[in-house]
Design a protein around this ligand. Structure first.
Ligand SMILES: *[C@@H]1O[C@H](CO)[C@@H](O)[C@H](O)[C@H]1NC(C)=O
Ligand SMILES: *[C@@H]1O[C@H](CO)[C@@H](O)[C@H](O)[C@H]1NC(C)=O
Ligand SMILES: *[C@@H]1O[C@H](CO)[C@@H](O)[C@H](O)[C@H]1NC(C)=O
Ligand SMILES: *[C@@H]1O[C@H](CO)[C@@H](O)[C@H](O)[C@H]1NC(C)=O
Length: 405
C-alpha cells in the first residue's frame, strides 16, 4: 500500500467525506444497539481513569472485545486493590488517610471505544517510571517523527507503589508531554502481563495496521521504518531481532517487535480465563505463537539484521561516534541517552527507499529448526507460565528489573 492509498482512511481527505456521512447514519444505528449492551459496564465507577482523545477518528463500529471483560475487570480490580494497600501502608505510618486517597496519576482505561483512531503504526515504548532521562532523549530525537496520524507513539509505565516524589515528577512530565499511559502495576518483573495490558489497550483504542512494542533504550530510524512499512506484509508479520543460539529456543527478542494487526488479534482471541503469562514477554509471545500457529509455517517471521541487539550499544566503541546511523541500521538497542542524542544529531533517517531490503525469514537465517520449547529455558530466565487472570507475580520484592545492563 502506498502513502496516498493509506491517507484514504484519514478524515482529512475530502474524497471520503460522503462515505463518512453515509457510514455515519448506518453506524449510529448500530451504536444505538451496541450501547444498550455495554451500558452495564459503562456505568461502572471509574474514579481515576482517563478518557482518550478522539482526534483523527472516523465513526464506525469497531467493538468486539467484550469477551475480554474478565481480564479488564482483573486489571481494574488490581489498580483499586493496590491503591488501597498503599493507603493502608501510609496510614500505618501515621499519615492522614483521606488526603492521600489515591495516586495522582490517571491509570489508562482498557474500555473499548466506538470511534477508534486509525493509524498505520501504533508504537509502544515500555519504560520504568524513573527513566526520565531516557524518555527525554527519545523525545528530543526520533519521537519528533511521530506525527499522531500516520504513527502514534506512547510511553507505557507503571503507576502503582511509586514514591510521592516520583508521582509528582511523572505528573508534571505528563502535563507537559501527554504521551504516557500509566498501567496499574508496581515495578517488578511482569513484562508479559504488561504486554497483555498494552495489546488490550491498543485494540480497544486504535485501528492500527502494525504495532511496534519496544524498549526505552533504543534509537529508532522511524522515517526509514515508516516508508518501509508500506511495502511489508500486512498479515502474519512478526518482525524483530531473533535469538538463534540454542536448539529449540528460537524466539524474537522483546526489545523490539513489530506485529501486523491480525497477529495481535490472534493473541487476544485466546480464552481470558486460561491465557498464560510469563515474567518475560518474549517467552510469553513465543509460547502464544506456537499455541496459535502450530509449526508457524503461516507466519512471516522477519529476522532483521539491521537491528543491533546485543551487546548493548553503550558498551561498544563502534557506536561511540557513529554518524548517519540509519545508513546501516534500522534501530540500535542498548543506547544510552547521550548516545541517542548523538545519533539524533546526524542520523541520516530518511523516508526515501532506494532499494527495499530483503525480508529475511528466521527460517532462512537460523540453522536450527524454528522451535521454541519453554522447558528448555534454564537459568535466570526460567519461570513457569501462569494464568494471566490471576495477576501473578514471580519475583516478589525484586523491584525494577535492569536486565543485562
Ligand atoms: C473484581 O472485583 C469484583 C468486586 O470485588 C469481583 O466481584 C470480581 O470477581 C473481581 N474480578 C476479577 C476478575 O478479579
Ligand atoms: C524529580 O525531579 C527532580 C527535578 O528534575 C529531580 O532532581 C529528582 O531527582 C526527581 N526525583 C525522582 C525520584 O525521579
Ligand atoms: C488526571 O485527570 C485529571 C482529570 O481529567 C486531570 O486534571 C489531571 O491533569 C490528570 N493528571 C495527569 C497526571 O495527567
Ligand atoms: C520440550 O522439552 C522437554 C525437555 O527437554 C521435552 O521433554 C519435551 O518433549 C519437549 N517438547 C516438545 C513439544 O518437543
Amino acid at each position: 500500500m502506498t502513502a496516498t492509498q493509506y491517507r484514504m482512511f484519514s478524515v482529512n481527505n475530502p474524497w471520503s467525506s460522503s462515505r463518512i456521512i453515509a457510514g455515519f447514519i448506518f453506524t449510529s444505528a448500530i451504536l444505538l444497539i451496541v450501547s444498550f449492551s455495554v451500558i452495564g459496564y459503562n456505568s461502572w465507577p471509574r474514579l481515576a481513569y482517563a478518557s482518550t482523545s478522539l482526534k483523527h477518528t472516523i465513526p464506525r463500529t469497531t467493538r468486539g472485545y467484550n469477551r475480554l471483560q474478565p481480564l479488564i475487570d482483573m486489571f481494574y480490580n488490581a489498580s483499586k486493590g493496590k491503591v488501597l494497600n498503599e493507603q493502608r501502608q501510609i496510614s500505618a505510618l501515621g499519615d492522614k488517610w483521606p488526603s492521600v486517597a489515591h495516586s495522582m496519576l490517571n491509570m489508562s482505561s482498557l474500555q473499548e471505544v466506538d470511534n477508534k483512531v486509525s493509524v498505520l503504526l501504533l508504537l509502544i515504548v515500555t519504560t520504568a517510571p524513573s527513566r526520565f532521562d531516557r524518555r527525554e532523549a527519545i523525545r528530543a530525537t526520533w519521537w519528533k517523527n511521530c506525527d499522531g496520524a500516520e504513527v502514534m507513539c506512547k510511553f507505557f509505565t507503571d503507576g502503582l507503589q511509586l514514591t510521592k516524589e516520583l508521582q509528582k515528577n511523572l505528573s508534571a512530565e505528563q502535563k507537559i508531554h501527554r504521551d504516557i499511559e500509566f498501567m496499574p502495576f508496581e515495578e517488578t518483573r511482569i513484562f508479559g502481563i504488561r504486554f497483555l495490558y498494552q495489546i488490550m489497550w491498543a485494540k480497544a483504542k486504535y485501528e492500527f495496521k502494525f504495532m511496534l512494542h519496544m524498549d526505552d533504550d533504543y534509537f529508532l530510524c522511524l522515517e526509514k521504518l515508516k516508508s518501509e512499512l508500506y511495502h511489508r506484509p500486512k498479515k502474519s508479520l512478526v518482525w524483530g531481532s531473533y535469538h538463534c543460539s540454542f536448539k529449540d529456543i528460537i524466539y524474537v527478542d522483546e526489545a523490539w517487535i513489530i506485529f501486523s494487526s491480525d497477529v495481535i488479534e490472534q493473541f487476544l482471541s485466546q480464552d481470558p480465563q486460561t491465557i498464560l503469562c510469563h515474567p518475560h514477554s518474549d517467552q510469553q509471545i513465543a509460547v502464544w505463537l506456537s499455541t496459535l500457529y502450530g509449526s508457524k509455517k503461516s507466519l512471516i517471521e522477519f529476522h532483521d539484521g539491521r537491528l543491533h541487539h546485543y551487546p548493548p550499544a553503550r558498551k561498544l566503541d563502534k557506536f561511540k561516534n557513529l554518524p548517519q546511523v540509519c545508513n546501516n541500521f534500522l534501530g540500535v538497542h542498548g543506547s544510552s541517552p547521550e548516545m541517542i542524542k548523538k545519533f539524533g544529531r546526524n542520523s541520516a533517517d530518511r523516508r526515501r527507499i532506494l532499494k527495499l531490503p530483503k525480508l529475511t525469514r528466521i527460517t532462512e537465517t537460523c540453522h536450527f529448526p524454528n522451535v521454541f520449547n519453554i522447558s528448555k529455558v534454564a537459568g535466570m530466565y526460567q519461570f513457569d507460565l501462569r494464568p494471566c487472570i490471576t495477576n501473578p507475580r514471580w519475583t516478589p520484592g525484586e523491584g525494577m528489573w535492569r536486565g543485562s545492563q
